[in-house]
Design a protein around this ligand. Structure first.
Ligand SMILES: Cc1cc2nc3c(=O)[nH]c(=O)nc-3n(C[C@H](O)[C@H](O)[C@H](O)COP(=O)(O)OP(=O)(O)OC[C@H]3O[C@@H](n4cnc5c(N)ncnc54)[C@H](O)[C@@H]3O)c2cc1C
Length: 439
């Protein structure tokens, strides 16, 4: 499939827009130590957040990554920061769901507070803007569900959710695509790569030992006496944290069986006239949707470009191809952007779970946090911190995410290759279309 070249700006790059401000690299990288107290696999938000807490508690910590620091999801995301609104699709907080659901929701609220406080405390300059989120109803039949969701979120979490009817919708978004929606005040957006850069610098200053381009190929031993095998040699460690999320591979086969890596794709437009971007999202909120296959979008810092993300395809696809598909989805919502050219297009992997919840736990004596389900800026930062707290508390955790079952993907012989996604994705797309068409 060929994308019309007229859609691309002459400066087009098939890589994240965020890398213009902070390209993942090897700054602070040093040789692998022979020994450490805690060894962290993965240098995204999860790994760095865990490492920071442990280093501040006086522990010797080494973080290694197979790629440049933060080159995976943590510098590729949409940068939306939410407080529970995306938690487990099955969690309604309604009667019958019990205290556990409410406790998990409350913790995702705490995750929001945690990331905001961390950014403020460490003075990380990452364009954090607490301007709220609008969730549009893709079909008329979705609107009552969103109204119920707003009620629940206000009751359990006090997020300042308000119902927006279709008549009033243009105060939130310059589009008639949605059938009303809800606006949530307690939500934010940030620059994901600058946030990662700030975390990396903070970790370095706290004494975390960092090694880039060093794939971990095997882990032997048990808690208290691990030997970590890497491309740069072995390292002895008392504890290991697996923070590999959507990039989890054969290193941890049991974890891989429980995660479904899904590619998510994003484009960014050229600079738009100021009055046009103000018309598109007057209050500068992040936008998401009620459909099964959702898009997520926002203005970039400075409010002059649109960043539009979604699932153009359910398998990894060339950035030029996803650019064309996403442009089509964007102009279905905003026909006024038909001439807006694309400057950047990229993708990255998120890790889905069968219960749509993130998890922390122990596997063969190793700690892990995984399963962001596409919403990990706040949550994975928080869960990294929770894993560190657990190590500092000799294995005890007061996080509800440590106490829930973490079932494997119910597909025989599944080993991390989600061949079934295009089938499920195709079915969801049809359902979304059918529900929208019912009017
Ligand atoms: C396109 C996209 C859009 C997103 N949008 C949003 C959003 O708007 N809001 C939101 O909240 N979340 C969003 N997310 C999710 C969010 O980015 C992730 O939840 C978060 O970055 C996960 O952080 P992490 O540290 O767990 O994983 P990652 O940042 O993916 O880091 C995992 C690291 O593990 C390393 N690794 C794996 N195996 C090994 C090994 N054997 N040896 C050494 N290193 C290894 C990888 O190289 C990688 O760097 C998005 C994600 C993507 C991809």
């Amino acid at each position: 499939m060929k994308t019309d070249r007229a859609l691309f700006h002459p400066d087009y790059k098939p890589e994240p827009y965020w890398w213009e401000a902070a390209k993942p690299g090897t700054r602070f990288s040093s040789d692998l130590p022979n020994t450490t107290e805690i060894f962290v696999v993965g240098s995204g938000y999860t790994g760095l957040s865990a490492a920071l807490e442990l280093a501040r508690a006086g522990r010797a910590v080494a973080v290694v990554d197979a790629q440049a620091f933060g080159e995976a999801a943590s510098s590729r995301s949409g940068g939306g920061v939410s407080a529970g609104v995306n938690l487990g699709k099955g969690i309604s907080g309604g009667p019958g769901q019990g205290v556990q659901a409410e406790a998990l929701l409350a913790e995702s609220h705490a995750a929001y507070d945690h990331v905001v406080a961390l950014i403020e405390h460490e003075q990380i300059d990452c364009h954090l803007e607490q301007r709220g989120r609008f969730i549009g109803a893709n079909a008329p039949g979705h609107f009552p569900g969103l109204v119920k969701k707003a009620d629940m979120l206000n009751r359990v979490l006090d997020v300042g959710a308000e119902v927006v009817t279709r008549k009033d919708q243009r105060s939130e978004i310059g589009s008639d695509f949605y059938h009303g929606g809800i606006a949530i005040k307690r939500a934010a957006k940030l620059h994901p790569a600058l946030y990662h850069k700030g975390l990396l610098e903070t970790c370095h200053a706290a004494g975390v030992r960092l090694t880039a381009h060093c794939e971990v190929t095997g882990i032997e031993g048990r808690a208290g006496a691990f030997v970590v095998k890497t491309a740069q040699g072995d390292c002895r460690a008392e504890q290991v944290i697996i923070a590999t999320n959507g990039y989890t591979g054969g290193l941890t086969p049991q974890l891989r069986k429980r995660l479904v890596p899904i590619s998510s794709q994003i484009i960014v437009t050229e600079e738009l006239p100021e009055d046009l971007s103000l018309e598109l999202i007057p209050k500068g909120r992040t936008i998401s949707e009620s459909a099964r296959i959702t898009s997520y979008y926002r203005l970039t810092p400075g409010d002059r470009r649109v960043m539009y993300g979604g699932r153009a395809r359910f398998h990894p696809v060339d950035a030029d191809v996803s650019a064309g598909l996403l442009h089509g989805m964007m102009t279905a919502r905003w026909p006024q952007l038909k001439d807006a050219r694309i400057t950047h297009s990229w993708s990255g992997f998120v890790a889905m779970t069968t219960d749509s919840l993130p998890h922390i736990g122990l596997e063969k004596g190793m700690h892990y946090a995984a399963g962001c389900n596409g919403s990990g800026v706040a949550m994975m930062t928080y869960l990294g911190h929770q894993v560190a707290r657990r190590i500092l508390a000799d294995g005890l955790s007061d996080s509800g995410f440590a106490g829930i079952d973490f079932p494997p993907v119910p597909v025989p012989l599944y080993r991390g290759n989600p061949w079934f996604l295009p089938i499920i994705g195709g079915y969801y797309r049809l359902r979304d279309k059918w529900e929208r068409g019912r009017g």
